[in-house]
Design a protein around this ligand. Structure first.
Ligand code: PEP
Ligand code: MG
Length: 581
């Protein structure tokens, strides 16, 4: 047995068996063959094609129950590619003319085909390059007799252990069977962690070497509340965690009584508790946990699935679904595409940057790809007739950028009016404040919009200059750094001076340790993953505003994150009831 301590990234406890997922590149062999080996080599290639086709047909069958229409279409495209006579001819001709092995010809032929698609001007063809590389990997795995571990193929309950996972991999994996996620890399506010919370999968990240310490099938315990991971646990550890799991489940059920009660302090100040969602289906969980609306719909996840980018119709359907389901409960805040950084659109290799976190992200991307931006805005405007839509812009760094995106929005509205496309003329507009320069000019920004929403995940990253996804420096990622708290206070005060509400949709809003402090600083709305809502509501209902203001006053006079952490911990232990694993 071995106990490891990582970053608790998504709450819950799981006991199960390891599925080791490796994304390491294949070492493809290249060698010459004798003339009399050519026929056998071609046969080996044909056999690999047949086996890939059989795998894909089986996968398509399995996926009909669990995957979306789009995922099945992707598999069907892959089957068509396998049957493409051009591919078969080029590889077999290469084997016989060059007297080289099948793996080498499969790699060079398909890479060449993918490269020419990537340089095409046709967006559809460009995106097919990713599909070609996917089938290339499938054929090579068969030729090299390496078992391919695909996350949608998983068919039994497992705990996924890997070096790292991309947000797009979490999005497409077979979530029904993934009972826990354990990674060498990652931080609490990485998008992989955010998605694990969305799908309610317990996760511990930032364990550095865990993927080298387990084997497929090993027993493992994941405690996403404390950050503990137990490899090959003994009997008494399993019993201990089975009891913890029961306590956790009871705690979750006990919280449900708060569902229909308002988020109101003991002296009757009401704040709004809204949900963050990443995929439209999550709206059910938001409603079930009593959310007062959607404070952040991360629309970019519609674009991160491999295959075609989301069409206007697909976007419209998704936005309309969420807005309809929240009607009567509260507004839906859709954030315009926030790609870049760790969220890369598959097949768009323009994202290959030296400094992606400081690079072509969010509104910077949208303002240079106005074609994509206008389509998204039009889909949102069309969906606005079904309820109350708010539109929010990410990564605004100053007033010029805000003016530029507002101009595109106005142009899109004008176009809709001209074409008689109905939309709500009173849509509220918000700016995220997640870049320090925007925080410093939030007084100016606040005069231009209807609300502000603080994105602490990025605000902390940029203020302290600490990569939010890098486990090596996770100790520096301090929400209670006085520099961060001063910016948060400044944003709230500036919003209020301009007469508009201030929300927070970064992960700090969901941390029970921060709730009373944020109340005391005057935050109006808290938005978080649906599963965190009731715990935060419980805390809000247990304090008064004067207590909260007093706590905030004391903390704002402190000099270091360490001092503030200790004070808040002691205060919370005495005053509020937080579940501890
Ligand atoms: C944030 O930065 O706090 C935020 C909510 O946006 P994201 O996590 O998607 O970057
Ligand atoms: Mg952000």
């Amino acid at each position: 047995m071995r106990i490891m301590m990582g970053i608790p990234a998504s709450p819950g406890i799981s006991i199960g068996k390891v599925f080791l997922y490796s994304t390491q590149a294949l070492n493809v062999p290249a060698y010459g063959i004798e003339k009399d080996e050519i026929a056998g080599e071609i046969e080996r290639f044909q056999d690999a094609l047949d086996r890939v086709r059989a795998d894909l047909i089986e996968l398509a069958e399995k996926s009909r129950e669990t995957a979306g229409k789009k995922d099945i279409e992707i598999i069907e495209t892959h089957i068509m590619m396998i049957d493409d006579p051009d591919l078969k001819n080029q590889v077999t001709q290469g084997i016989s003319e060059k007297s080289r092995n099948a793996e080498h010809l499969v790699e060079s032929t398909i890479s060449g085909m993918a490269k020419s698609l990537e340089t095409s001007n046709d967006e559809y063809l460009k995106e097919r390059a990713v599909d070609l590389l996917d089938i290339q990997s499938r054929i090579l795995h068969h030729l090299m007799y390496i078992e391919r571990t695909s996350l949608i193929d998983i068919e039994e309950e497992v705990i996924l252990v890997a070096q790292n996972l991309l947000p797009s991999e979490v999005l497409t994996m077979n979530k029904k069977y993934i009972k826990g996620i354990v990674l060498d890399a990652g931080g609490k506010t990485s998008h992989t962690a955010i998605l694990a919370r969305s799908f309610e999968i317990p996760a511990v990240l930032g364990l550095s070497t865990v993927s080298r310490k387990v084997r497929n099938g090993n027993r493992i315990i994941v405690d996403g509340n404390s950050g503990e991971v137990i490899l090959r646990p003994n009997r008494s550890a399993v019993e201990k965690y089975e009891n913890r799991l029961k306590d956790w489940e009871k705690h979750e059920i006990d919280l449900l009584v708060l569902n229909k009660l308002p988020a109101e302090t003991r002296d009757n100040r009401t704040v709004l508790l809204k949900a963050n969602i990443e995929v439209p289906e999550e709206v059910d969980s938001a409603a079930a946990h009593g959310a007062d609306g959607i404070g952040l719909y991360r629309s970019e996840f519609l674009f991160l699935r491999p295959g075609e980018a989301a069409s206007e119709e697909e976007q419209y359907e998704s936005y309309a679904h969420v807005i309809r389901h929240m009607k009567g409960r509260g507004p839906v805040t859709i954030r315009t595409i926030d790609v870049g950084g760790d969220k890369v659109i598959p097949g768009l290799d323009d994202f290959d940057e030296e400094n992606p976190i400081l690079g072509w992200r969010a509104v910077r991307f949208c303002l240079s790809r106005k074609d994509i931006f206008r389509i998204q805005l039009r889909a949102m405007l069309r969906a606005s007739v079904y309820g109350e839509l708010h539109i929010m812009f990410p990564m605004i760094s100053g007033i010029e950028e805000l003016n530029n995106v507002l101009e595109v929005l106005e142009e899109t509205k004008a176009e809709c009016r001209k074409k008689h496309i109905p939309f709500d003329e009173n849509i509220k507009i918000g700016s995220m404040i997640e870049v320090p320069s925007a925080a410093l000019v939030s007084d100016v920004i606040a005069r231009k919009v209807d609300f502000l929403s603080i994105g602490t995940n990025d605000l902390i990253q940029y203020t302290i200059a600490v990569d939010r996804g890098n486990e090596k420096i996770a100790y520096l990622y301090q929400p209670f750094h006085p520099g961060v708290l001063r910016l948060i206070k400044m944003i709230i005060d500036n919003g209020h001076a301009a007469g508009i509400p201030v929300a927070m949709c970064g992960e700090v809003a969901s941390d029970p340790m921060s709730t009373v402090l944020l109340l005391g600083l005057g935050l109006d709305e808290f938005s978080m993953s649906p599963m965190s809502l009731l715990e935060v509501k419980k805390i809000i209902r247990s304090v008064t505003m004067s207590e909260a203001r007093e706590l905030a006053g004391r903390i704002m006079g402190m000099e270091s994150a360490e001092q503030i952490n200790t004070y808040v911990k002691e205060w919370s232990n005495e005053r509020i009831d937080i579940f501890s694993s």
